[in-house]
Design a protein around this ligand. Structure first.
Ligand SMILES: Cc1cc2nc3c(=O)[nH]c(=O)nc-3n(C[C@H](O)[C@H](O)[C@H](O)COP(=O)(O)OP(=O)(O)OC[C@H]3O[C@@H](n4cnc5c(N)ncnc54)[C@H](O)[C@@H]3O)c2cc1C
Length: 367
């Protein structure tokens, strides 16, 4: 998409930095609340939202426990993606349950134990030989559902086109931002507030870099495989996710310590070896990417306005769960902005009032 020129002075209610999944849903709900906005987004190919699979999985971890708020998030995500998809004329979300192959006898036992405690999202498919042609399944499998799969690549691109004159593709330069108590000014744009949806880049954002971010690197492969059905997500320590016709997303790694944001030979070799052990059907490597998840130390998002710079906001920190959290929390944030509705304490950045208040960011305050 070409950059939208904004030669004339433009006034909007909100200037948004970033159109990943967070900037997308925040602006969508602002638009529905009749608020005007303008988005600045640099077209980086390897942002978290562009590399993510788009899975909404109701359970997590080796103990297969329910994820935070999932009973509210699943129905909300279903409706919000369907509504946005209908406006964009795309299929934005589909149900694709996870066939969870047990990599060890211990994992099989853990699944059975968890099923006995709480079977809301777990089951055992009746046809236990169904996948024999496609996979080596020494220890059997269970099913996790309902799981949802968001079509992130079509959604982000279609929404960008839909935004038309409300987005420019360029890098936002914070040294050019001017702020007073009443107004934000950036080049020719004036706004009542600026809201950063800049993902992992927030780590270097001088207003918010004191927040306890814990960036996490993830690597993935895309493979071509003509013989695998595409109506489920398959899991065997790694996820195999239907992406496009005969193309599957494979991943991912979770690295808390890393030196760069680049794809590594070590991940590629290990993942291909795992696929060779697991798959009985041929596949071909198409691509390999890495990106950084905007994760946080306490695994809870950062939402709200800065306690000192009251017209500077943040909508970030979705970690591994951007697809399920961003629609629900964007709606909550917009209710807060428009009607003064409450933000739940777990996400509200006023919980970091002390450290944020000590962070005197002077450069951006130059007039
Ligand atoms: C390998 C991997 C797999 C994942 N799988 C899943 C999954 O299956 N399900 C799930 O729910 N989550 C998944 N995630 C997590 C998910 O990707 C994130 O939670 C989510 O994408 C974060 O969205 P965001 O909008 O905050 O950030 P981003 O997607 O990073 O978006 C930030 C945007 O801001 C822009 N930007 C930043 N700085 C500037 C600047 N100075 N000027 C202009 N533009 C700027 C960037 O270009 C970008 O478009 C995965 C992440 C990774 C890395």
């Amino acid at each position: 998409m070409a950059s939208t020129p904004y030669f004339c002075t433009m006034h909007v209610d909100h200037l948004i930095i970033g159109q990943g999944i967070c900037g997308t849903f925040l602006s969508w709900y602002l638009q529905k609340a009749n608020r005007s906005f303008f988005i600045i987004d640099e077209a980086r190919p390897n942002t978290a939202s562009r590399v993510a699979a788009g899975i909404i999985n109701p359970v997590t971890g080796r103990r297969i426990v329910k994820t935070w708020m999932i009973d509210q998030l699943i129905p909300f995500a279903q409706n919000s993606y369907k509504e946005l998809g209908a406006a964009l004329n795309i299929t934005a979300i589909q149900q694709k349950n996870i066939i969870d192959f047990f990599p060890t006898p211990q994992m099989r036992i853990a699944f059975h134990q968890r099923y006995a405690e709480d079977s809301q999202y777990l089951s055992f498919p009746a046809e236990q030989t169904k996948w024999k042609e496609h996979f080596n399944d020494d220890f059997g499998f269970g099913e996790i559902g309902p799981c949802l799969l968001v079509n992130l690549s079509d959604l982000l691109s279609a929404y960008r086109t839909h935004l038309h004159n409300a987005l420019t593709e360029e890098a936002f330069d914070i040294t050019l931002l001017r702020r007073s108590e009443e107004t934000i000014t950036y080049k020719e744009i004036t706004a009542q507030s600026i809201i950063f949806c800049d993902g992992a880049a927030a780590n270097t954002n001088p207003y918010f870099n004191v927040l306890p971010f814990a960036p996490n690197k993830g690597e993935i492969l895309w493979i071509e495989c003509n013989e695998l059905p595409n109506n489920n997500i398959f899991k065997y320590a790694i996820n195999l996710v239907p992406w496009k016709e005969n193309v599957f997303w494979v991943g991912s790694s979770y690295q808390w310590e890393f030196e760069d944001e680049l794809p590594s030979a070590a991940f590629r070799e290990k993942t291909i070896a795992n696929l060779n052990r697991w798959l009985k059907v041929p596949f071909k490597l198409l691509d390999h990417k890495a990106s950084i998840r905007p994760a946080t130390i306490e695994r809870r998002p950062f939402v709200g306005f800065h306690p000192v710079y009251k017209n500077v906001g943040i909508f970030n920190g979705m970690g591994t769960k951007g697809c399920s959290l961003s629609p629900y929390l964007a709606k909550e944030f917009v209710e807060n902005i428009v009607n003064g509705g409450p933000l739940q304490p777990d996400i509200d950045i006023t919980r970091f009032k002390n450290i944020l208040s000590k962070n005197n960011y002077k450069v951006a305050e130059k007039q």
